[in-house]
Write a protein that binds this ligand. Structure first.
Ligand code: ZN
Length: 274
């Protein structure tokens, strides 16, 4: 590693994000280079001061006690479950959708939120709210959540909680962990060997995930009870991942992979025994 390499990695090191190999290389370099050691000490001191600064009580404000209720009401109003926000909020704001009124209310300094809330936190609130703004499409939201969950599992090296190609091992593993029994089939003969299973959380509920492989590609099958009648499999793409969703006998099935659409469609036919 050159001194330039070391300087470029100082931030990652301070954030604890450096891989083991880079960490060792950096330690070896720092042991012999006083200029980089000085730079590292300086950097760590800056990060430390920044972290201390971000803890200053003046940066934080307590959300009003009724904020959660107001957000809930606004969501219900947007979803058409109620005619509008309560009269207190209606009267205060100018015209606009309930969302515009809600956001306006959130960032009004006199409410105590706008001044105190850090920009990042405010953006997070706006983004969290923004997910619902366009259309309250629960299938799209679930597809989004499942993609995030799939990516997290791949990144976090927790792809499986139970590692077994034997469906008689995987199926009982879910007993007592969830309140339904996902059908588990070995699809090795169709080119999709079973690798294992894990639990994930979608919409705040634990969901069974069956982990398969197609060549080198992981294929996850999320299975959970879903209301509504049977549906035909529908393909959708989310951030480059291919998803197939269908409902059958009260269960919702979500297959996801980074392989091609052909693969996820072949997988869906194998799961359905077609
Ligand atoms: Zn150096």
């Amino acid at each position: 590693m050159s001194c330039d390499d070391i300087r470029a990695l100082l931030a990652a090191r301070a954030d604890g994000e450096l891989g083991a190999a880079d960490s060792l290389r950096m330690d070896a370099h720092l042991a012999t280079c006083s200029a980089c050691t000085d730079a590292a000490v300086q950097h760590d001191a800056t990060v430390h001061a920044l972290r201390q600064g971000l803890r200053a009580p003046g940066l934080y404000a307590k959300a009003p006690a009724d904020l959660a209720a107001r957000v809930r009401l606004a969501v219900q109003a947007e979803a058409g479950m109620r005619p509008a926000l309560p009269s207190a909020t209606r009267g205060r704001s100018a015209a606009g959708s309930p969302w515009q009124r809600l956001l306006g209310w959130l960032i009004t300094p006199s409410r105590g939120l706008g001044l105190g809330l850090g920009a990042g936190a405010l953006a997070a609130v706006a983004l969290g709210v923004g997910v619902f703004v366009g259309r309250p499409d629960t299938v799209a939201l679930t597809a989004h959540d499942i993609t995030a969950s799939h990516v997290r599992a791949l990144l976090g090296a927790r792809e499986t909680d139970v590692l077994s190609s034997d469906r008689h091992t995987v199926k009982p593993w879910f007993n007592g962990r969830i309140d339904y029994a996902p059908p588990v089939t070995d699809l090795a003969a169709r080119g999709f060997p079973l690798i294992g299973g894990r639990l994930d959380y979608i919409d705040g509920r634990p969901v069974a995930v069956l982990v398969y492989r197609s060549a080198q590609h992981p294929v996850d099958l999320y299975v959970r009870p879903e209301a509504g009648g049977d549906t035909d499999p529908a393909l959708r793409t989310e951030r480059g991942y291919q998803l197939m969703h269908w409902r059958s006998a009260g269960m919702g099935y979500w297959a996801i992979t980074d392989a091609s659409a052909d693969v996820v469609q072949a997988f869906e036919r194998a799961v359905r025994g077609n």
